[in-house]
Design a binder for this molecule. Structure first.
Ligand code: C2E
Ligand code: MG
Ligand code: MG
Length: 639
């Protein structure tokens, strides 16, 4: 397209230039012709005639006794020099080239030569001066003829005809000049309006860009101030865009952004502004609102519009967004602050799992700053292997032996101290770091287990918690299989823990993901059972080997012993579905006894062990080894 534009522009410029050059040449030709007849001939002839007339007048005055001889002499010399210039002068050759001109000049000169001695003898009042006047008249008449002919004679008419035909021909070039000039002006205006549009719009989505958005926001603030109304700024950040881009490629990412942009544009009415502020962040200026509720309504509408399936290059994608809102003038009066506040609110919405939109509140600034710092630090921690993993033993309630350790994440931040694993996971999921984090967790746990095995410690399984994004958005099966082959850990020594809610996030794919994991040989545990949302029919179809009762139910047993019937029901349900039961959060001996009596197979809790670093697990395992009877030993350790 650019090439075609360039070629068209070049052709138009060439036509314009050619027409300009030719028109100028024509103009020069006309000027030359006019100069030829008027300036070079007419003007020269009239000068000569004038000088002749002046000399004749001087002669008459001399005869009338009214002029001095020196003045007559001066006039004679001037006439002489005029004739001389016309006879030999460089610029007067046009005159000489006229038929009869050279002859006239020669005769005139001859006459002047002859009359000169007579002139010297003429005295004041001398009547003979009048005779010279008579002789001169012949020359004056001839010179006049040249003058008149230069304007009206054949030569002049010929020139005029030539000028006329040049002018007639020039019309064509003038038309070309006019047309190409108009096209050029049109192209320049069009180009500048395209440039203006490009300077104000985002090239991928066609929406306003950040600069235009800020400009319009300033205007909105101005009008709102004048009309005493309110305006809201919505910052809309896409969740999980980075993953789509990384996993499915930039073409899919771009098309997703375009689709979201057009859905956003359809969500608002004029004169509201929709813009792409950069990357996966969009902005809307909502004008003329009377209260913040109207902006909440728009946020809900936007979410509804965006949060439905998009088919991009054959992939089904459900775009998800978090929306931050700040309202003029309540939240800020300056456009910059208004934007910042909406941005802060958007980060809070992102951080918060319960809602997709947030109205700005002053207290948000600190928590958003903390969030942003944590995102950056987590990225760095993952890149530099600065996270820690601790391990909490899970014991067989019957034998009290450790059968499994659960790998749990630990992160100490230099500024904010201990960051709970749940927060780390949530940050990673929102900041597009879920895949990296889960890979790290899996690799760390599997290699640690291998290290214990190689150290000759009793064989135990290791269980790893998988975050929802890893389960739903990434290829968990490939990651697990790769980790097993890198570390060499036998698949049946790894337990993958997923929560009910995680499996429910992708009901359609869940059975396949879990079955594929089972095919690898790993065990599956349903974590935090009872706290999430799942249906029994869903549970029935899932190939879990272990069901972990959440600690809240175990801890309720301390206060409400009658709740044992609830636990009993869960245990029976799990056994009915062919699963073993792990009770989490056992803190007191009574819980242990109750659970054991109810047939619960495994237990995890502070009553037995707290989560500890790997070297402490080593000590614990060594101690358990030395406590074994020699007959048990071989069954327990077989690496
Ligand atoms: P979870 O998977 O249910 O892990 C058990 C949690 O219960 C752990 O908390 C553990 O320290 C705690 N716990 C165990 N026994 C007791 C007890 O007797 N009393 C009390 N009060 N608590 C007990 P933690 O380490 O804070 O982990 C919290 C949650 O964070 C985990 O719950 C899990 O959902 C998540 N998490 C931890 N590490 C990871 C990880 O590496 N990846 C992922 N995706 N999530 C993780
Ligand atoms: Mg767990
Ligand atoms: Mg749990």
């Amino acid at each position: 397209m650019k090439r075609v534009k360039f070629i068209v522009l070049t052709i138009v410029i060439l036509i314009f230039s050619a027409c300009s050059i030719i028109s100028t040449q024509r103009h020069t030709q006309v000027t030359d012709l006019l100069t030829l007849s008027i300036k070079s001939v007419g003007w020269a002839a009239s000068e000569l005639e004038l000088e002749t007339l002046k000399f004749m007048q001087a002669l008459k005055l001399t005869a009338l006794n009214d002029m001095r001889a020196e003045d007559l002499q001066l006039r004679f010399e001037l006439l002489w020099s005029r004739v001389e210039v016309l006879s030999v002068g460089e610029e007067t050759h046009q005159f000489r080239s006229r038929p009869g001109a050279m002859e006239l000049l020669l005769n005139f000169k001859q006459f002047l030569v002859e009359v000169e001695p007579e002139l010297l003898s003429i005295k004041i009042g001398d009547e003979s001066a009048m005779r010279v006047v008579q002789d001169l008249k012949i020359f004056q008449t001839q010179v006049r003829k040249f003058n008149v002919n230069s304007f009206s004679g054949d030569q002049a008419l010929g020139n005029l005809e030539q000028i006329q035909s040049i002018e007639n021909n020039s019309k064509f070039y003038l038309l070309g000049l006019l047309l190409s000039g108009s096209i050029l002006i049109f192209l320049v205006i069009r180009e500048s309006s395209v440039n203006r549009k490009q300077a104000l719009h985002d090239s991928l989505t066609g929406l306003a860009n950040r600069y235009f958005f800020q400009k319009n926001l300033k205007k909105s603030i101005f009008y709102s101030r004048r009309n005493n109304s309110r305006a809201a700024v919505h910052i809309i950040g896409m969740n999980g865009f980075k993953e789509v881009n990384d996993r499915l490629g930039h073409a899919v990412g771009d098309q997703l952004l375009q689709e979201v942009a057009s859905r956003l544009a359809l969500s608002v009415c004029l004169p509201d502004t929709v813009a792409r502020l950069g990357g996966d962040v969009f902005g809307i200026i909502q004008n003329n609102i009377t209260n913040a509720d109207e902006s909440v309504q728009l946020a809900k509408h936007i979410h509804e519009q965006i949060n439905c399936e998009i088919n991009v290059h054959g992939y089904q994608i459900y775009p998800d967004v978090s929306i931050g809102i700040s309202v003029y003038p309540g939240d800020a009066v300056h456009y910059d602050k208004l934007l910042n506040n909406a941005d802060t609110a958007m980060y809070c919405a992102k951080k918060n799992d319960d809602t997709y939109y947030r109205l700005f509140e002053q207290e948000m600034n600190d928590s958003v700053l903390r969030y942003r710092i944590l995102v950056e630090s987590l990225q760095a921690a993952l890149n530099h292997d600065q996270l820690q993993q601790v391990y909490q033993p899970i014991i067989c309630l019957k034998t009290k032996r450790i059968v499994l350790v659960e790998a749990l994440l630990r992160w100490h931040h230099e500024k904010y101290g201990y960051i709970s694993p749940l927060e780390v996971v949530s940050i990673a999921e929102k900041a597009g770091l879920a895949e990296k984090l889960n890979e790290w967790v899996l690799l760390k746990a599997c290699s640690q287990n291998m290290a214990w095995r190689k150290a000759g410690l009793p064989l135990i399984q290791v269980s790893v918690n998988i975050s929802p994004a890893m389960y739903t958005r990434y290829d968990l099966v490939t990651t697990v299989s790769r980790t097993l082959s890198i570390t060499g850990l036998p698949a049946d020594q790894l337990v993958i823990e997923v929560t009910e809610d995680t499996t429910m996030q992708d009901i359609d794919r869940s059975p396949d993901i879990l079955q594929n994991l089972r095919r690898l040989g790993v065990e599956l545990a349903l974590d935090d059972f009872g706290t999430g949302y799942s249906s029994l029919s869903h549970l029935k179809n899932m190939p879990f080997q272990k069901l972990k009762i959440d600690k809240v139910f175990i801890q309720e047993l301390n206060n409400l012993p009658k709740d044992i019937s609830f636990i009993r029901t869960i245990i029976n349900l799990a056994h009915g579905l062919g699963m073993q039961v792990v009770a989490e959060g056992i803190e007191v001996i009574e819980n242990y006894e109750d659970l054991y009596l109810e047939g619960c197979e495994y237990g995890q809790g502070y009553l037995f062990y707290k989560p500890v670093p790997h070297h402490e697990i080593e000590c614990i395992l060594r101690e358990s080894l030395s406590a074994l009877e020699p007959s048990d030993y071989n069954a327990y350790v077989s690496y």
